[in-house]
Design a binder for this molecule. Structure first.
Ligand SMILES: Nc1ncnc2c1ncn2[C@@H]1O[C@H](COP(=O)(O)OP(=O)(O)OP(=O)(O)O)[C@@H](O)[C@H]1O
Ligand SMILES: CC(C)(CO)[C@@H](O)C(=O)[O-]
Ligand code: BAL
Length: 291
C-alpha cells in the first residue's frame, strides 16, 4: 500500500490509523521528528498554547488529534453534547502551523468487539477517577492508541488536566512507550478561570461564579508558607463566598499526586459543579520553608 499524500506547510487531514501511521513513518524515514497534541476538539487558546510549544521544536512536524473518546465518558456525562466545531478546529490548526491532524471516527479506533483497555492503577480511582469511574482507563487506552498510531517523538498535554498528565507520564514510563511527554502550564482568562471547552456551557452568571475556582486556588497557594492546613482553609474561605458552586473535592497532594510533603512543592486541586457544568483546576503550591 502506498503512503498517502503529505503536503509540507499545509494542514493534512487523516481519518484512518493506517494513513496517519504511514505518513509519520515516512516522515521519520527522512529524519523528521513528529510532535502530537491530542485533543477532543473545540479548540481554544489553551490548545493554541500546546501547539505553539510544539512548534518551537526544531525539525519537527506538528500534528494534533481530534477525537471525542466515548471510553472516557460515563453514563449521564456529556459525550453527546460535547461541542464538535470541526471546521473551526481545522482553521485553528492551519493558523497555528500544524501540518497534520488525525480525526478518526469511533469505529476507526474501536472496532466492534474491542475489549482490551489500559488499567491506570490506584491513582485512577482517586480525585477525578472517584467522580468519574473508568474515566482514566478510557483516557489511557485512547492515549496509548494515539501514541502507537502516530508514533510521535513528543506529545503535549495541559496541566489543567493535572491528574491526566501525571497518569499519562506514568503510563509512558511504565509501559516503555518511546514518546517524550511535555506538560504545559494552564492558560487562563483575565479573571483566572482556566480555559476549557466546557466553559461554553456556562451562562453569564455561571461564568462569573466559575471564577471562584481559580480564586480559591490562588488564595490557597498564597498561604503555602503557613502549611497545608492554612492552604486548605484559605481556599475554603474563598469558596464560601459562592455557596452556589458545589465543590466536589479540594485536595492538597504531592506533585506526583501522592501525599503532600510538609515542606516543598505540592499541588492544590479542585473540582466543582457550577450548575450542571463540572469544572476542574489546580495550581502548584510551595509549602512551608519550601525545601
Ligand atoms: N486552559 C488550558 N491550558 C493549557 N492546556 C489546556 C487547557 N485546557 C485544555 N488543555 C489541554 O488541552 C488538551 C486537550 O484537552 P481537551 O480537548 O479535553 O480540552 P479541554 O478544554 O480540557 O476540554 P474539557 O472542557 O473537556 O476538559 C489536554 O492536554 C488539556 O489538558
Ligand atoms: C487526552 C485526551 C485527548 C484523550 O481523549 C483528552 O482526555 C483531553 O483532551 O484531555
Ligand atoms: N480534558 C479532559 C477530558 C475529559 O474531561 O473527558
Amino acid at each position: 500500500m502506498s503512503t498517502p499524500k503529505f503536503s509540507r506547510g499545509q494542514l493534512n487531514v487523516f481519518q484512518t490509523p493506517d494513513d496517519v501511521n504511514r505518513v509519520t513513518s515516512a516522515l521519520h524515514g527522512v529524519g523528521r521528528k513528529v510532535a502530537l497534541v491530542p485533543t477532543m476538539g473545540a479548540l481554544h487558546d489553551g490548545h493554541r498554547e500546546l501547539l505553539r510549544r510544539a512548534k518551537r521544536l526544531p525539525g519537527t512536524v506538528v500534528g494534533a488529534s481530534i477525537f471525542v473518546n466515548p471510553l472516557q465518558f460515563g453514563e449521564g456525562e456529556d459525550f453527546d453534547a460535547y461541542p464538535r466545531p470541526l471546521e473551526h478546529d481545522l482553521e485553528v490548526l492551519a493558523e497555528m502551523g500544524a501540518e497534520l491532524v488525525f480525526v478518526p471516527k469511533v469505529d476507526d479506533l474501536y472496532a466492534p468487539g474491542h475489549s482490551v483497555t489500559v488499567h491506570p492503577g490506584p491513582l485512577g480511582d482517586e480525585l477525578e477517577g472517584a467522580a468519574r469511574p473508568g474515566h482514566f482507563s478510557g483516557v489511557l487506552t485512547v492515549v496509548s492508541k494515539l501514541l502507537n498510531i502516530v508514533a510521535p517523538d513528543y506529545a503535549f498535554f495541559g496541566e489543567k488536566d493535572y491528574q491526566q498528565l501525571v497518569l499519562v507520564k506514568r503510563m509512558v514510563r511504565e509501559l516503555n512507550i518511546p514518546t517524550k511527554v511535555i506538560g504545559v502550564s494552564t492558560v487562563r482568562e483575565h479573571d483566572g478561570l482556566a480555559l476549557s471547552s466546557r466553559n461554553v456551557y456556562l451562562s453569564e452568571e455561571q461564568r462569573a461564579d466559575a471564577a471562584v475556582l481559580a480564586a480559591a486556588l490562588a488564595a490557597g497557594a498564597h498561604a503555602g508558607q503557613e502549611g497545608a492546613e492554612a492552604v486548605l482553609s484559605a481556599a475554603r474561605q474563598t469558596l464560601a463566598a459562592r455557596p452556589q458552586v458545589a465543590v466536589d473535592y479540594l485536595e492538597l497532594r504531592g506533585t506526583d499526586l501522592g501525599p503532600a510533603p510538609v515542606d516543598g512543592q505540592a499541588r492544590l486541586l479542585i473540582a466543582a459543579r457550577v450548575s450542571r457544568t463540572r469544572l476542574i483546576d489546580n495550581l502548584p503550591v510551595l509549602l512551608g520553608a519550601g525545601v
